[in-house]
Design a binder for this molecule. Structure first.
Ligand SMILES: *[C@@H]1O[C@H](CO)[C@@H](O)[C@H](O)[C@H]1NC(C)=O
Ligand SMILES: *[C@@H]1O[C@H](CO)[C@@H](O)[C@H](O)[C@H]1NC(C)=O
Ligand SMILES: *[C@@H]1O[C@H](CO)[C@@H](O)[C@H](O)[C@H]1NC(C)=O
Ligand SMILES: *[C@@H]1O[C@H](CO)[C@@H](O)[C@H](O)[C@H]1NC(C)=O
Length: 551
């Protein structure tokens, strides 16, 4: 509470010194092309998988069979694994907890192999992380955040009914998590299991679509999955996509294949987002998929011929009666890009390479410039190219949205081990932040600051929040958005979704503070239960996100 009073007294000063004081609150920079900042030269492990939790800490991990990382496990702890292909006694960490607010990290202990695994945050705020390789391929691991430094992974090595290596997870309206596919697994299963969770028979459900869409190397890995407002799942693999009723195990609809016939899933890794769902108009759902690599590019790259990646994006309004793809071209071709929804509803496409595919040593020509896409912009002005990071982010790099609107970027390891020397693209252990143009100085007068908001939002229930903004334009420039933070790995931001809440009214409290009434998401199909970041967006400029829990 005292913090709030301190902030309010600062705000009165803001009128006279708006920029000086705000710079203490949010990162500031100049310019329309965004700004990169190195946060940590090394967190000891390579951030192959990342998830933001509701205490603004990020769980990051790579794999246990990479050899020794650059960070020791605490308390003389070690991992003994006679089957490990790299190191049988490993006293180094392969997972860390990074604290965004203090820019510090500590090692976590993971015992089973997390390589190419998947995850989702359960409604109670614990990260439920599934599968991987070798001794980890049937594992479930739970990380529950804590106030001190005591929490660590809790592992259940034989929970899953099938091997889940390169699977995709999605949180469901009832709070369960669905785990779909994985290499040579043409089926899905649920967490927690029905009945006895440890019975191997409480099982998986066949999904023919995954068998049909695999390529000549059995790959259509990390299928793109999005929960649709009608409760069905959109599943995309390579070029085809369906709407699946997972409860009845039936395909409700098959959509037309994406027209530019480049495959889009691993190893031709494109990326995918569900564009923001807007509760202020009739509910629609639209998917956007960008990048990928032509058929055969993987085999070509294995022979040293790095084929140019795909530059095409497709949008499909899946809620239409007869949807069809609308295609556009990105200014830069890209494979292994990460697509993320930014706090204002724009889409950023970040990381990846211009030639080759996913896989060991198979990518060339890193694309260090992110691109921002405005979904509602006029057709000629939707894409803008951002400034370049000094660090290439190839295979096994990740990006996630942070509460302050920045994008946290880490990872990149195209090698079988930690290779720091004698390679063109060394294993990267750093963390960087990209600040989109909306965080630049010139936008500060329009940037809202949330003063108060309920911690719990109920479905369909009105709530009020108060905010401050130096220069208020009009209600038509205002929106309230909630974002479910993603579990990002291999160019896929699982579970990411944004809902634009229904805005009822705005009223002025003082010359520069306001109160607004909005309505919680109308159904759990639109916003499954759990923690979301709530942003007030004014004239395209987002506030810092406040954590809210949807019940
Ligand atoms: C390993 O960590 C140390 C600091 O603990 C750092 O100086 C070094 O650069 C790191 N190595 C790599 C390859 O990042
Ligand atoms: C090594 O692998 C074998 C065969 O899969 C298994 O029986 C054994 O338990 C494994 N050992 C360890 C330490 O995981
Ligand atoms: C939260 O949910 C996870 C996953 O189901 C479970 O393992 C964990 O014990 C729960 N945490 C609490 C505090 O209930
Ligand atoms: C990476 O390091 C390993 C182990 O030190 C080595 O065997 C391998 O050749 C290196 N990879 C490359 C691409 O240099």
């Amino acid at each position: 509470m005292s913090n709030l009073f301190l902030l309010i007294s600062l705000f009165s000063l803001l009128i006279f010194h708006p920029f000086i004081i705000r710079s203490e609150v949010l990162p500031l920079h100049h310019g329309r092309k965004g700004e990169w900042r190195l946060l940590q030269p090394s967190i000891g492990v390579s951030a192959m998988h990342m998830q933001l939790l509701h205490d603004n800490r990020v769980v990051a991990f790579d794999r246990t069979d990479f050899g020794p990382s650059n960070l020791s496990l605490p308390g003389g702890r070690c991992r003994y694994d006679s089957n490990d292909t790299a190191l049988k006694v490993d006293c180094t960490a392969h997972s860390v907890l990074y604290d965004v607010e203090t820019n510090s990290f500590r090692p976590l202990t993971v015992q089973t192999d997390t390589w190419c695994s998947s995850g989702a945050v359960s409604p109670n705020g614990s990260l439920v992380q599934t599968g991987g390789f070798n001794d980890g391929d049937h594992a479930v691991r739970v990380f529950t955040p804590c106030d001190d430094d005591s929490c660590d992974w809790v592992e259940y090595p034989v929970y899953l009914s099938r091997r889940r290596w390169y699977a995709t997870n999605q949180i469901l309206p009832d709070g369960r998590i669905i785990i779909i596919g994985g290499r040579r697994e043409f089926n899905y299963e649920l967490y927690p299991k029905n009945g006895d969770p440890y019975s191997a028979s409480s099982g998986s459900f066949w999904l023919q679509f995954l068998q049909e869409t695999r390529d000549e190397n059995e790959n259509n890995l990390y299928p793109f999955v999005h929960l649709l407002p009608d409760g069905n799942l959109f599943i995309f693999a390579n070029t085809r996509s369906i709407s699946l009723d997972y409860n009845r195990n039936t395909v409700v609809k098959e959509f037309p294949p994406i027209p530019v016939s480049d495959p889009r899933n691993y190893p031709s890794s494109g990326s995918s987002v569900l564009l923001p769902i807007d509760e202020n108009r009739a509910i629609e759902a639209e998917i956007m998929i960008c990048g990928g690599a032509p058929r055969g590019a993987f085999a070509e790259a294995s022979q040293g011929n790095f084929v140019r990646a795909s530059s095409s994006c497709g949008r499909l309004k899946v809620s239409d009666e007869n949807p069809s793809w609308v295609m556009e071209n990105m200014p830069i071709a890209r494979v292994m890009g990460d697509m993320l929804l930014l706090a204002n509803g724009d889409v950023i496409i970040i990381n990846g390479v211009e030639r080759g595919t996913a896989g060991w040593e198979l990518g060339q020509s890193p694309v260090t410039r992110p691109v921002i896409y405005k979904p509602d912009g006029s057709p000629d002005w939707r894409f803008s190219v951002m400034s370049a990071s000094p660090r290439p982010r190839l295979y096994h790099s990740t990006a996630i949205l942070l509460a302050d609107g920045r994008v946290l970027v880490g990872g990149s390891n195209p090698h079988r081990y930690y290779n720091f020397t004698d390679v063109e693209y060394p294993t990267d252990l750093s963390l960087e932040a990209f600040s989109p143009p909306y965080l630049s100085m010139e936008h500060k007068p329009f940037q809202p600051l949330i003063l108060s908001v309920d911690e719990i939002l109920k479905l369909g229930q009105p709530f009020t929040l108060t905010f401050f903004v130096p220069l208020y334009l009009s209600e038509s420039k205002l929106s309230v958005r909630i974002v479910a933070p993603s579990f990002t790995t291999h160019s896929l931001a699982m579970n990411q979704r944004m809902v634009v809440l229904k805005l009822v009214e705005v009223s002025r409290l003082t010359p520069d503070s306001y109160s607004l009434t909005a309505v919680g998401p109308s159904t759990p199909e639109i916003a499954p239960p759990g923690y979301y970041l709530l942003f007030v967006v004014h004239a395209g400029i987002p506030s810092c996100g406040s954590w809210v829990k949807i019940q």
